[in-house]
Design a protein around this ligand. Structure first.
Ligand code: KIV
Ligand code: ZN
Length: 517
């Protein structure tokens, strides 16, 4: 085993998806998984297969599609969970089961109501059973950050004896300080020696997740469990992009340690996850925030112009940030130039259908907008690949002048090859649009959040609208995306997109229940 290699285990699709409002549908999860593969992550935790038929389906679809990263499912140390995990990852090229039980006194006493002996026995049974499905089994001592070292050593001996190859020591509640975590990891990785890879999984409740991850790496951990944009339960997990770039940038501190991450894919991955979940990283977020590479003060700008390293410790292009959105195509550009541009921008998996549709949209945009930039094209393609569930398709929108009269919206929607048209009034233009769509489709949505940003600068910029909508009280909210130079048109598209996403999930879950996984 290469002692200097740090394995990157991405849990955006499992722990990240546990962030409030971050649920993704199966198609979206597959897109993220493919991008994580391109990013070069070693293990993708694709979900918690036993959680629901929908989760099982997503993990098994990802297992079929991804070839170069290992596909993992989480499971409690319970027979049925492990079985579902094993079945879901069955068809993967590389596969892993990740099973866990809590080992801290507080969790064992109040949550599990189990003695130490019972926990050890359950852990051994879980690993042995997981081994009947896969060779690669990871065991987590949940709440390791608050567990006692002698007991953790006993659990480690037991599960390594049963066949676990990776031992994960999560700081489940984000409690530890870097110095404390470093000491714990040093003692336990020395104890494990060559018997297993030691992994860390840090939550960010005190804002220390990445600091803890790095302290653990410096103390012997060789797997880091991380998420894109730091998504995850409560305050989130350690962010993949931060941990990876710290190891890469601070060679003086980390020596020969390295990850296999293809760092120019960091920013595209962050954008994809933010667009799909509708959760934008804060503007000053390290590595992927909007301001991460922009210099506001004159002194800094002057310094960077004279010598980049005066104020920049990483090159933006090393993480995939392209600073200047270059002018590229005009309304006379043809399909070949458009296709060429798309592959230059790194979209190598665009289907012919997506390409045709994006090209049509490009032509419409080029008619309306003077300069079509790389960012515009990137958004057109992303929008096309996100809006693939099309139970309802917005065909036309007409809104009245809302300054003098009653705000009114007329909407045409295509459904099953039929075009339905209706109009309605509302308290404002958006209200009128949503009410009309509700009446046309027969679904009534409750808007949870609404966000509009412009893709580029300029008065004629494309508006990108993200809506989060609840369509039935028993389901989570669904995210929809809309793109247009007209903000209200983008709003209507985003609302219909959220409805389509809800319907795709609803139908899939219903079918799955019939088949009893
Ligand atoms: O935070 C945690 O302890 C977890 C485990 C299931 C690894 O997410
Ligand atoms: Zn966690």
């Amino acid at each position: 085993m290469d002692k200097n290699r740090i394995y990157v285990f991405d849990t955006t699709l499992r722990d990240g998806e546990q962030s409030p409002g971050c649920s993704m549908n199966t198609e979206e999860k597959i897109k993220v998984a493919r991008q994580l593969e391109k990013l070069g992550v070693d293990v993708i935790e694709a979900g918690f297969a036993a959680a629901s038929p929908g989760d099982f389906d997503a993990v098994s679809r990802i297992a079929q599609e991804v070839k170069n990263s290992s596909i993992c499912s989480l499971s409690r140390a319970i027979e049925n969970d492990i079985k579902q995990a094993g079945l879901a990852v069955q068809s993967a090229n590389l596969k892993r089961i990740h099973t866990f039980i809590a080992t801290s006194p507080i969790h064992m006493k109040y949550k599990l109501k189990m003695s130490e002996d019972e926990v050890i026995k359950r852990a051994i049974r879980a690993v042995e059973y997981a081994k009947t499905f896969v060779d690669d089994v990871e065991f987590s001592l949940e709440d390791a950050g608050r567990s006692e070292i002698p007991f953790m050593k006993e659990v480690m001996d037991a599960v390594i004896g049963a066949g676990a190859t990776t031992i994960n020591l999560p700081d489940t509640v984000g409690y530890r300080l870097p110095t404390e975590l470093a000491a714990m990891i040093k003692e336990l990785s020395d104890y494990a020696n060559d018997r297993a890879i030691i992994s860390v999984h840090n939550h960010n409740d005190l804002g220390l997740a990445t600091a803890n991850t790095l302290a653990a790496v410096a103390s012997g951990a060789r797997q880091i469990e991380v998420t894109i944009n730091g998504l995850g339960e409560r305050a989130g997990n350690s962010a993949l992009e931060e941990a990876v770039m710290a190891i890469k940038t601070r060679k003086d501190a980390f020596g020969e340690l390295y990850t296999n991450i293809n760092t120019p894919e960091l920013y595209p991955t962050s954008r994809l996850v933010a667009t799909i979940t509708g959760v934008e990283p804060q503007q000053n977020k390290a590595i992927v925030g909007k301001n991460a590479f922009s210099h506001e003060s004159g002194i800094h700008q002057d310094g960077v112009l004279k010598y980049q390293e005066t104020y920049e410790i990483m090159k933006p292009q090393d993480v995939g940030v392209i600073k200047d959105s270059t002018l590229i195509l005009g309304k006379h550009s043809g399909r070949a130039a458009f296709k060429d541009k798309i592959s230059q921008l790194g979209f190598d998996e665009v289907s012919q259908e997506e390409l045709n549709s994006a090209f049509e949209k490009f032509k419409v945009l080029a008619d309306k907008k003077k300069d079509v930039t790389d960012d515009d094209v990137r958004m057109l393609i992303t929008d096309e690949s996100l809006n693939q569930c099309k139970t309802f398709e917005l065909q036309a929108l007409q809104i009245s002048d809302c300054s003098n009269g009653v705000p009114t919206a007329a909407v045409s929607i295509k459904h099953n090859d039929e075009v339905l048209t209706d109009a309605n009034i509302g308290n404002g233009t958006m209200d009128a649009i949503f009410k009309t769509i509700d009446r046309l489709t027969g679904y009534s949505g409750e808007l949870q959040s609404y966000n509009v940003t412009s893709v580029t600068k300029g008065k004629d910029a494309l508006a990108k609208v993200t809506t989060r909508v609840v369509f039935d009280k028993t389901s989570p909210s669904f995210v929809g995306h809309g793109l247009s130079v007209d903000t209200m048109l983008a709003t209507a598209k985003a609302y219909v997109g959220a409805l389509n996403s809800y319907l795709s999930q609803k139908e899939r879950l219903a079918t799955k229940h019939d088949h009893e996984v």
